[in-house]
Design a protein. Structure first.
Length: 500
């Protein structure tokens, strides 16, 4: 569906730039969003997609260079000339993205699912306003529309990453926004949840919200996309209606760091030690007083690399957290870890294990630099209590180089893309050369080129002697070295298969 250019303008920015940490992340951007338009925003990690969405909503201000302007036409009180300030219009612009999701974890907003969706009615972070009967009915419809009704009384932080994402999309739609900004919103969703979201975006007619959706996977784009914009190095290099020659301008892929061929130090000669590294027996794990894993028996033997698969909320992340030592089975269940006798403090084990998860990424958002994040892995800490030593910096430099992050070492987390920050977390996990690497959706947020590059590097780690256990949704996210697949089925049943 093409949108006639006579449709009213909702938001317009002209010649806006954003400079963070001395780096230009948006460069002389001009963009106009009209009613009824549905944009796909395409670009590699670090291209500036998230910054553009934040700039449009008013969460990020342009760097004053003397020629920039933003105009919002969403506030009726502003009149036909619009307003240069976003204050009166932000309530009409809903934003969903990984950083917004991480905020709940950082601030410990552990509301119920119903409460989170209800706050969207009033654009509140925490419940301050009581919904009336009509508004409550709207919340109920959204909970059912996104298959959240059975979770309505659950606490938000006890949900899986993908379930939280569905809740926040429902929250965004609760306020009946005129503009919907969706930043990599399909990340972390299983196939069923992705279909629900695509259907929701395809259903609204001309009166539905205009929206902009950034994504790395073209197959995720709803059929109702009307326009496409390509972003590279902070600039919009092509934009226009679907199928137009202007939109189809060639966009060269962003350059990637060359694969580092330096050898990965195999810890203890690939750790050819007899006996399993981890053995779980009769484990039942509860989250928010509800069983997530039931009667689980699982063993990680020497030389094995595992992929853990299953739907959102099936217990994949819970399993990894139990292996790591952040969660424990109920009475009667046991977790045996090689070289960790009963009574040994769990920190002794954690120094031998690297762990990457969306929750861990949220905790490092306030770090002073990407280098600091990597160094913190040497102390299994969030932040640093003391100044880094020379050994700390050498170790960090090695892994920053291995993952092609040297140029970002001095940048703050908020000045890099979400995918680049995820890559820094993988470098952090490897800084002590762990014998076991636990990866929870490790490639979420990575564009296609970087996805393939990092997958190759992680596979190189596996071949160098580090055992891998990775939770994934997509077959394409499983590294070649994985030789076992543990699938968690609906109802809690499990199935183990061997892989070539």
């Amino acid at each position: 569906m093409k949108t006639p250019r006579s449709s009213p303008t909702l938001v317009k920015i002209e010649r806006c730039s954003v400079v963070l940490d001395g780096v230009t992340v948006l460069d002389d951007i001009s963009f106009e969003l009209r009613a009824g338009e549905r944009w796909a925003l395409i670009g590699s990690n670090g291209a500036g997609k998230t910054m553009l969405l934040k700039l449009l909503r008013g969460d990020l201000w342009p760097t004053p260079l003397g020629h920039e302007s933003r105009t919002y036409y969403l506030d009726p009180d502003a009149g036909p000339a619009g307003s240069p300030q976003p204050a009166g219009s932000k309530q009409h612009i809903a934003y969903v993205g990984p950083e917004r999701q991480d905020r709940y974890l950082r601030r410990d907003w552990n509301l119920t699912v119903t409460q989170v969706v209800t706050t969207g009615l009033f654009d509140e972070d925490i419940p301050l306003t009581r919904a009336n009967r009509v508004q409550s009915a709207r919340v109920t419809r959204l909970l059912k529309r996104f298959a959240l009704w059975s979770l309505r009384r659950r606490r938000f932080l006890t949900l899986s990453y993908g379930q939280r994402r569905r809740v926040l999309v429902a929250r965004a739609l609760a306020g009946d926004p005129k503009v919907l900004l969706l930043d990599e919103v399909f990340n972390g969703l299983d196939a069923a949840s992705s279909r629900l979201l695509r259907t929701a975006l395809e259903q609204p007619g001309p009166r539905g919200p205009a929206w902009i959706l950034s994504t790395h996977r073209a197959v995720e784009l709803p059929s109702s996309v009307t326009h496409v914009a390509h972003v590279r190095a902070g600039r919009i290099v092509s934009a226009g209606p679907v199928g137009s020659r202007k939109r189809q301008a060639t966009v060269a892929p962003a350059a990637r760091a060359a694969k580092i061929e330096r050898p990965v130090r195999a810890t203890q000669a690939a750790r050819a030690v007899a006996g399993p590294l981890v053995r779980i027996r009769n484990a039942n794990v509860f989250r928010d007083y509800r069983p997530v894993l039931k009667d689980l028996d699982w063993t990680l033997n020497a030389g094995e690399h595992w992929a853990v698969t299953g739907r959102n909320g099936s217990g994949k992340s819970t399993l990894l957290m139990m292996i790591y030592g952040d969660l424990h089975p109920a009475l009667g269940g046991t977790v045996e870890r090689r070289g960790v006798p009963f009574g040994t403090h769990i920190e002794a084990w954690k120094k031998r294990v690297g762990f990457v998860s969306p929750e861990l990424q949220a905790e490092h958002f306030r770090a002073q630099s990407i280098e600091e994040i990597v160094i913190s892995g040497r102390y299994a800490s969030v932040g640093l209590n003391d100044a880094p030593t020379r050994a700390d910096r050498r170790a960090a430099q090695h892994w920053l180089a291995f993952f092609g992050l040297e140029a970002l070492a001095a940048r703050r987390p908020g000045a890099v893309s979400y995918g680049q920050l995820r890559l820094a977390l993988i470098a952090r996990a490897m800084v002590l050369y762990p014998e076991l690497l636990l990866l929870d959706e490790p490639f979420t947020g990575l564009d296609a080129d970087l996805h393939d590059h990092v997958l190759t590097l992680v596979d190189q780690l596996a071949r160098g002697g580090t055992q891998i256990v990775m939770a994934v949704h997509h077959e394409a996210d499983i590294i070649p070295s994985v030789n076992r697949v543990f699938r968690i089925l609906p109802g809690g049943a499990t199935r183990v298969t061997e892989r070539n």
